[in-house]
Design a protein around this ligand. Sequence first.
Ligand SMILES: *Cc1c(COP(=O)(O)O)cnc(C)c1O
Length: 415
Amino acid sequence: MKDKFKPESLMMSYGYKPELSEGAIKCPIFQTSTFVFKTAEEGKAFFEVAYGLRKKEQDEELGLIYSRINNPNLEILENRLSLWDKADDTAVFESGMSAISTVMLEFLKPGDLILYSSPSYGGTDHFIHDFLKRIGVSAVAFHAEDTEEEIMELIKKTGKADRLGLVYVETPANPTNAIFDIEMCNRIAAKHKNGENKSYVCVDNTYMGPVWSSPLEMGADLVVYSATKFIGGHSDLIAGAVMGNSELMTRVKTLRTFLGNMVSPHTAWLMLRSLETLKIRMDRQSQNAQLVANFLNQHDKIEKVKYLGLISENSPQYKLYKRQYNAPGAMISLYVKGGEKEAFKFLNNVKLIKLAVSLGSTESLAQHPKTMTHCALEPIEREKMGVTANLVRISIGVEDAEDIISDVSQALDTI
Ligand SMILES: *Cc1c(COP(=O)(O)O)cnc(C)c1O
């Protein structure tokens, strides 16, 4: 069934057996901490597998033990999420940050180096520069305009080229929509090692996944998500996810068991519900965003609009955009003419669009990166990235496109 149907056709039923839940068509919330074993022998067998004392027999499923290790809501959710990214396995976390920090803790140790794309999500940047630095992990940043040779040189200069643990890339960059080349990151990782081990590539696919981009298919080792955004999609939960091959996911899930940062049964259940409409939500959001971006792009109060769907066919970025993405996405970076005053005027006057951080939700959201999500960045570096006082970031929702356009139009008229 898995190979015959598209993920959107399987989100209502895949991995759930009604006969195990009184015939209920929908998976109930398994709001329970622990599970009763039929016999002591069964309990012993479950633990042997859960703690890696022996490999699973063919067709043996990990038995339910305790909700920090497994729970039906969590397992069904992970099986369904794996379909989108064609991953062997998925681990769901209680936030995007806990997914990201767990990956970094598992694949980096004192003395290692992480290469990461800049700008990266503020929390990720903070974890790299504050926590990882304190435990002796070095970091080096690269930018969208850097060439492969320049990045190789940056790594060499750290003196840690033989300890590259992780190439971490967030693309498109938040909040500028600059795109990074995932295949180039794979090549850079392949030319390095971390001692005896290979250097892994991890992609934060929050902006484009799982519908518009599949980094695992492009050869990345791991994909991470803030599932708070498109996957959850209704601004009513916080969650994260990691995907990859079985070997790497066993490592991620083992660390998760001991950090205890798995998602709760209730949040997992909400996400199961979200996944049923993921494709239609994201399709609509992207269609809406293209229409809104087209409108903004010809408006005389606007200096420029950065949106994937506006990249011109003869620019060098276009090929990369087409290779990595199958739609332009729902995030628009809007530079109004003027500065903070004009940007705030716009933000204070939108009515349908809500003034809030976060993204990927059913309702459209707008915020001011310079003074909000990216306020803690070093000012010169921030200016260089294009996070200027006149930048407004808009996440487009599922509302009627003409209504969104009429809202941005009236807000621009107040400037
Ligand atoms: C929101 C976000 C995160 C952090 O996720 P949380 O769910 O808020 O912990 C990480 N990366 C990106 C790109 C994000 O937008």
